[in-house]
Design a binder for this molecule. Structure first.
Ligand code: 1PR
Length: 555
């Protein structure tokens, strides 16, 4: 709304909507139709639809462990609330999965505890949202979804106005189908008035009796394909893959050979999209070498990928304040903006996040204000929303000498929350860890440099700075195929309320069921097994479906 006001577009946009011509708003484009949002207190929305956009609740009796991750991120099922009226165009089909990424939502109905009741039936008026709000809102609501105990508005449609909370442009075949239907409708079908009186008086309009309790309480678990990208020795941009972050081939005498080349970034991204990846993640792993913003080879990769890959794209590596070779300063926000405009949906910050949290903790120790408002995480989250900011963590195990009786009392107190006692370990290698203990130390510059900060401090720190998701790697497991480090993942999952993409170590389909059944994470990521065609995305998803883990099967 600030942006619209600055460019004097509020009034023309309102006039356009009131003229009855077709409007289609996506995500914030739907939220802007409401009166206001708790995301920007005091700022007026367009006010076309009655209601306030509010924040999802993290505490939720209907969620696993009474807690749910915010942002709401992933593929969720939607359902239509009105029977189709005569001659009405079907824009959205029932029971399909669409991609969502947002922290704010328009609540339709919430019942604390275990009972969700359906509104707006007069016989069940006992929901927390004032009855008047849902009554005024109902004519506009087209589809709903459920997240824990919150039934929220996932699309609105009345007269000429259509809006989706989800991203059809990032929702694979289902999303493309929706866009096609809208674009192929005649102007008459999409035109009309947003006066609700005209709607409720239509004889054919009938509220469907859908019980939200019959719908999934959370998005499906996501399977993410990762592409580590860098220039090879001939200067070509290739997808590579390391063993514990070492991407060079080993020659027969154990000296380092050339950079492993596993394919072309855009071609591989397309392949994974067609095989059913829920997201693609590009990481520029040599980003510590600076280059001019406009010369970033990854910008071209993202642009080309976004032309034919219609699932969310995350881009990481080098998202930081930089100085171009000609001396021009570029803020992290500018660098991120260039990626978003090229088609990225989320950016991922690695090394800079570690530095930002270290500095935040130092400020706090000096009794100063923790947040500076100046870090890349803060400025990008402020400009594009927390859900667009991922922090990629590269932790390494540090084994502790446990030979002395009193080793625990000599262990640094600040790292105790990240200490794991091997006898209680749960990951696939636990049997080899008896009698050992270790903690997880964070690294920067692709594992090259260790810092005196542990993974719990970092995860909690970036959440405070405003990151919306964590990409949790493991230098020890990377490329080993020995399974995800469940101890590490559970440690971080318990420490934060933002979604986690667990990465490193996948070697077979069962590793994904171990991951999702053994931790509450929202997503699992793999690279090597997909690149080497050892396991396909379809096989991973087929396995998940077979063992009853909620998964999106791509059309
Ligand atoms: O520090 O903000 O410039 O970001 C650099 C980014 O590049 C970070 O996200 C960092 O994790 C990544 N990175 C840097 N060096 C390497 C390397 O491999 N030498 N790759 C690297 C990290 C981790 C995963 C990998 C999984 C799955 N890659 O994404 O794909 O471990 O692999 P697997 O399934 O084969 O086990 P900045």
């Amino acid at each position: 709304m600030d942006s619209l006001d600055k460019s004097s577009l509020r009034e023309p946009l309102l006039k356009y909507i009131q003229s009855g011509r077709p409007y289609f708003g996506i995500c914030i484009g739907m939220q802007a139709l409401f009166e206001s949002s708790d995301e920007s207190p005091g700022k007026q929305g367009l006010g076309v639809i009655p209601g306030v956009v509010g924040l999802f609740s993290k505490e939720d009796a209907e969620a696993e462990g009474g807690k749910k991750s915010v942002p709401h991120m992933g593929w969720a099922e939607i359902w239509k609330v009105w029977e189709k009226s005569q001659g009405e165009k079907d824009l959205v089909l029932d029971d399909q999965h669409f991609f969502f990424t947002h922290s704010y939502r328009v609540l339709y109905e919430q019942i604390p505890g275990s009972i969700l009741q359906l509104a707006p039936s007069p016989s069940a008026p006992s929901f927390n949202v004032p009855a008047q709000v849902t009554k005024d809102l109902s004519p506009f609501v087209h589809t709903l979804s459920r997240y824990g105990s919150e039934a929220f508005v996932t699309s609105v449609k009345l007269g000429n106005v259509f809006g989706t909370q989800f991203h059809p442009e990032k929702s694979g075949a289902a999303g493309l189908d929706l866009l096609r239907r809208w674009l192929q409708s005649s102007p008459e079908e999409l035109s009309g008035s947003v006066d609700p009186k005209k709607f409720v008086e239509r004889e054919t309009a009938k509220w469907k009796d859908v019980d939200p309790r019959t719908k999934p309480a959370a998005p499906t678990k996501r399977v993410v394909a990762a592409l580590d990208v860098r220039s090879n020795d001939a200067g070509d941009l290739v997808v590579t893959k390391g063993d514990q972050y070492d991407v060079r081939e080993k020659s027969s005498d154990e000296t380092s050979g050339g950079v492993r080349n596993l394919g072309k970034p855009v071609e591989l991204a397309r392949r994974y999209y067609h095989e059913g990846a829920d997201e693609i993640c590009f990481l520029n792993i040599t980003s510590f070498r600076s280059s001019a913003l406009q010369d970033q080879p990854m910008l071209e990769v993202v642009k080309s990928a976004a032309e034919s890959v219609f699932v969310p794209l995350t881009v990481g590596g080098g998202i930081k304040d930089t100085i171009d070779p000609d001396g021009t300063s570029r803020s992290a926000l500018e660098v991120a903006g260039a990626y978003f405009r090229s088609g990225a949906d989320k950016i991922s910050i690695g090394s800079e996040a570690v530095i930002a949290v270290e500095e935040m903790l130092e400020r706090e120790a000096r009794g100063e204000k923790a947040l500076s408002g100046k870090t890349g995480i803060e400025t990008i989250a402020n400009g594009y929303g927390a859900s667009a900011v991922v922090v990629s963590i590269d932790p390494k195990r540090v084994y502790v000498d446990t030979s002395a009786e009193d080793w625990q009392s000599n262990f640094p107190a600040k790292h105790l929350p990240s200490l794991i006692i091997g006898d209680r370990a749960t990951s696939a290698t636990a049997s080899k860890e008896k009698g050992k203990a270790w903690w997880y130390q964070c690294t920067i510059r692709g594992g090259r440099e260790t810092r005196d900060i542990d993974v719990v401090q970092l995860a909690q720190g970036v959440e405070r700075l405003g990151a919306g998701e964590i990409l949790l790697n493991s230098v020890d497991r990377d490329g080993t195929g020995s399974g995800f480090d469940l101890d590490l993942i559970n440690l971080v999952k318990r420490s934060v309320s933002i979604p986690i993409v667990a990465s490193s170590g996948a070697g077979k389909v069962e590793h994904f069921s171990e991951l999702f059944n053994g931790t509450g994470v929202e997503a699992g990521l793999a690279a090597g097994i997909f690149h080497r065609r050892e396991v396909s995305l379809g096989e991973v998803k087929g396995h998940m479906e077979a063992v009853s883990i909620a998964v999106r099967m791509a059309a």
